[in-house]
Design a protein around this ligand. Structure first.
Ligand SMILES: [Mn+2]
Length: 319
C-alpha cells in the first residue's frame, strides 16, 4: 500500500517463488489467511497538495485492521507481510482492538513519525506512528479515509531499535514526547544485549504485556537487505537482527509481527531479491522459535545401535 500500492508484496513473492509457508517456518502451525484485496480509490487526490493516496491507504488500513483483529481474536499470533510501513496503521490498530495494553517494538532505520504537516515526501509510510500516538493528536489533521482510525498508543508504549535517518521534526517528537529509542549509535555504545534488556525494561518493567513487533527490513544494513525502498548505510548486522528476534521470542509475549518494505521489484538482481526475502523469512522464523543453537523441534532420544559392532571388539583387543 502507500506508494507501493501496485507492487507485489513479499507475501505474494514468497508464496509464488519460494516454498509454502509451512516449509519456510518449521515447527510453526501456519494458517495462511491469503492476500487481502485492496481497492485503489479512484480520483484519490493529494491531501494538502502533498500527501499521496490518503483515501486508498486509509481504506486499505481499515481492511487490514479488521483482518488482524479477527486473527488475534481467534488466538493466532498474527504476521502481516507487506507492503510498505504504512500498513502498521492497520496492523497496530487491529491488534490494539483485541489487546489495548500492547507495547510496540519498532525496528527500523527511520522513525516513521512525521505528521502530515511535517512530512517532506508526502509518503504515508513515513508517518504511521503520528496517527497512532495519542499525544500527537492535536498536531495531526483528519485525512480523508482516516475517520475510522483512533490513536491507540501512548509515547511510553513504543521502543525504537536501529534508527539512523531521522528528520528534524521527528527528532523533535522523539525528544519532546519522551519516546524511548536506540539508534545505531546506541547499539554501538551499549551492545545489542543491553539494548534488548532496556527495551523490555521500558515495555514490561511493571507488568507483562502483548508485544507488537513492527520490523522494517531496512533496519538491516543494505549489504544484507538491498531490495528495499529507502536503504541507509550502517544498519543492523545479521547477528544483531537475530538477537533482537530471539530475545523477543523468549519473552513469550509476542502477539503480532509486521514484516515490511521488502520490495522484490527494487533488487538489482535475483540474488539481491532472494537474499532480502530469505532474511525476512529468518526474522519471522526466529520470532517464532528458530534458534541459532538448533531448532527445538521434537527430538527427545538418540538412536541406540541394535547389536554390538564386531569391528569394535577387534579394536579393543588390539589395544
Ligand atoms: Mn519503516
Amino acid at each position: 500500500i502507500g506508494d507501493h500500492i501496485l507492487n507485489i508484496s513479499l507475501g505474494t513473492y514468497l508464496s509464488n517463488s519460494l516454498s509454502p509457508f509451512d516449509a519456510l517456518f518449521p515447527g510453526c502451525q501456519v494458517h495462511d489467511f491469503g492476500d487481502l484485496n485492496f481497492t485503489q480509490v479512484p480520483n484519490d487526490e493529494l491531501y494538502n497538495n502533498l500527501i499521496l493516496y490518503p483515501r486508498s491507504v486509509g481504506l486499505a488500513s481499515q481492511v487490514l485492521a479488521d483482518a488482524v483483529s479477527r486473527a488475534v481474536a481467534a488466538g493466532h499470533s498474527c504476521v502481516t507481510i507487506g507492503g510498505d510501513h504504512s500498513l502498521a496503521l492497520g496492523s497496530v490498530s487491529g491488534h490494539a482492538r483485541q489487546c489495548p495494553h500492547l507495547g510496540v517494538i519498532w525496528v527500523d532505520a527511520h522513525a516513521d513519525i512525521n505528521t502530515p504537516l511535517t512530512t517532506q515526501s508526502g509518503n504515508l509510510h513515513g508517518q504511521p506512528l503520528s496517527f497512532l500516538l495519542r499525544e500527537l493528536q492535536d498536531k495531526v489533521p483528519q485525512l480523508p479515509g482516516f475517520s475510522w482510525l483512533k490513536p491507540c498508543l501512548s509515547a511510553s508504549d513504543i521502543v525504537y531499535i536501529g534508527l539512523r535517518d531521522v528528520d528534524p521534526a521527528e527528532y523533535y517528537i522523539l525528544k519532546n514526547y519522551d519516546i524511548q529509542y536506540f539508534s545505531m549509535r546506541d547499539i554501538d555504545r551499549l551492545g545489542i544485549q543491553k539494548v534488548m534488556e532496556r527495551t523490555f525494561e521500558q515495555l514490561m518493567g511493571r507488568r507483562q504485556r502483548p508485544i507488537h513487533l513492527s520490523f522494517d527490513i531496512d533496519a538491516f544494513d543494505p549489504s544484507l537487505a538491498p531490495a528495499t525502498g529507502t536503504p541507509v548505510l550502517g544498519g543492523l548486522t545479521y547477528r544483531e537482527g537475530m538477537y533482537i528476534t530471539e530475545e523477543i521470542h523468549n519473552t513469550g509475549m509476542l502477539s503480532a509481527v509486521d514484516m515490511v518494505e521488502v520490495n522484490p521489484l527494487l533488487g538489482a538482481s535475483q540474488e539481491e531479491v532472494n537474499a532480502t526475502a530469505s532474511l525476512a523469512v529468518d526474522v519471522i522464523a526466529t520470532c517464532f522459535g528458530q534458534t541459532r543453537e538448533g531448532a527445538h523441534t521434537a527430538f527427545d532420544e538418540l538412536p541406540t545401535p541394535s547389536s554390538p559392532d564386531e569391528s569394535d571388539s577387534e579394536e579393543q583387543v588390539r589395544i
